[in-house]
Design a protein around this ligand. Structure first.
Ligand code: F6P
Length: 331
């Protein structure tokens, strides 16, 4: 069908690893179908690197990924695997791949998954491409990671619901969102949810500044307030901030909601399905064209490949414009 099918790769292994993210199934589907399109065989490696070490590998085909594009989670399951961090663990994993005749890999996950794939490609000379799948949007080299849009929509929906009850009782809510060390989910769910303040690790807002901002509204008609706190906040998590504000002012009736893992589940948004589909196609076509040790990304609406060195240990920065508008709109 295409000159790429002449490539020497015969069998592609696909796996998901690290925290699951909505849209991972759409990415698996795209990888499997693209491989089939180019007449390559595809095997699913269960539970990420854990299943690779244990040899838990299943044959997949275009039909085995039907009816999954709309489903959250990952049909291949996932894990955070310590043993893969050791050369012995990786050797076991590679031997299993060899036994199955797998001669190329597509890994779907975050920075830990890409790091694992990097070592595997370097140590055993097996080509591998990573697809960024994490709700955190914390990977440099791509404007968006798969799952981030859905998770942020979920957070916004939750914030809207909390707003109803906050307003009814004149309460101040601290809402903690996920994101690990990144403030992406927080800044954008905060802007979309109309938060009075957004606390993210990337910005150096002090507790005093937060306190001043909240008490500016004291005695005015602005009584209900929502503060969105990224879990990676450097000035304390939602519980801690709530406790400190309560210590300083009896004006507020304060509640805390930690959104937690509900942000990880659910049907992927249209955006994440399309992103995952594009990335899955790009990953397989990249592999067949000779790409290795790279991550697929989307930059300014174009698919790109970036090397391990340019991604890992680089911060996916939040643009100043988002920070600026969040401030203007929270007066
Ligand atoms: O990386 C995704 C993520 O959901 C982070 O936002 C969060 O810090 C972490 O995973 C939670 O990990 P676990 O599911 O292992 O508790």
């Amino acid at each position: 069908r295409c000159s790429m099918s002449q490539n020497k790769i015969k069998r592609i292994g696909v796996f998901t690893s690290g925290g699951d993210a909505p849209g991972m199934n759409a990415a698996i589907r795209a990888v499997v179908r693209t491989a089939s399109y180019y007449q390559k065989e595809v095997f699913g490696i269960m539970r990420g690197y854990e299943g690779m070490i244990e040899g838990d590998i299943v044959k997949l085909g275009a039909r085995s990924v039907g009816n999954i594009i709309q489903r959250g989670g990952t049909i291949l399951k996932t894990a955070r695997c310590q043993e893969f961090r050791t050369p012995e663990g990786r050797k076991k994993a590679f031997e299993n791949l060899q036994r199955e005749g797998i001669d190329a890999l597509v890994g779907i996950g975050g920075d830990g998954s890409f790091t694992g794939l990097h070592y595997l490609t370097k140590e055993f000379n097996i080509p591998g491409v990573c697809i960024p799948g994490t709700i955190d949007n914390d990977l440099a080299g791509t404007d968006y990671t798969i799952g981030y849009d859905t998770a942020t929509n979920t957070a916004v929906e939750a914030i809207d619901r909390i707003r109803d009850t906050a307003l009814s009782h004149n309460r101040l809510f601290f809402i903690e969102v996920m994101g690990r060390n990144s403030g992406y989910i927080a800044i954008n769910s905060g802007i979309a949810g109309g938060a009075a303040a957004i606390i993210i690790p990337e910005e150096n807002m002090t507790f005093e500044e937060l306190m001043n901002h909240l008490t500016e509204g004291e005695g005015t008609s602005k009584k209900s307030n929502l503060v969105v706190v990224a879990e990676g906040s450097k000035i304390g998590d939602a519980n801690e901030l709530a406790r400190r504000v309560a210590e300083r002012s009896s004006y507020f009736d304060i509640k805390v909601t930690i959104l937690g893992h509900l942000q990880r589940g659910g049907a992927p948004s249209y955006f994440d399905r399309v992103l995952a589909s594009k990335m899955g196609v790009a990953a397989v076509e990249g592999l067949l064209a000779g790409q290795t040790d790279v991550m697929v990304g989307i930059r300014n609406n174009k698919m790109v490949f970036n090397s391990f060195e340019t991604i890992i240990n680089h911060i996916h920065e939040i643009d100043n414009e988002s920070l600026r508008i969040a401030k203007i709109l929270s007066i």
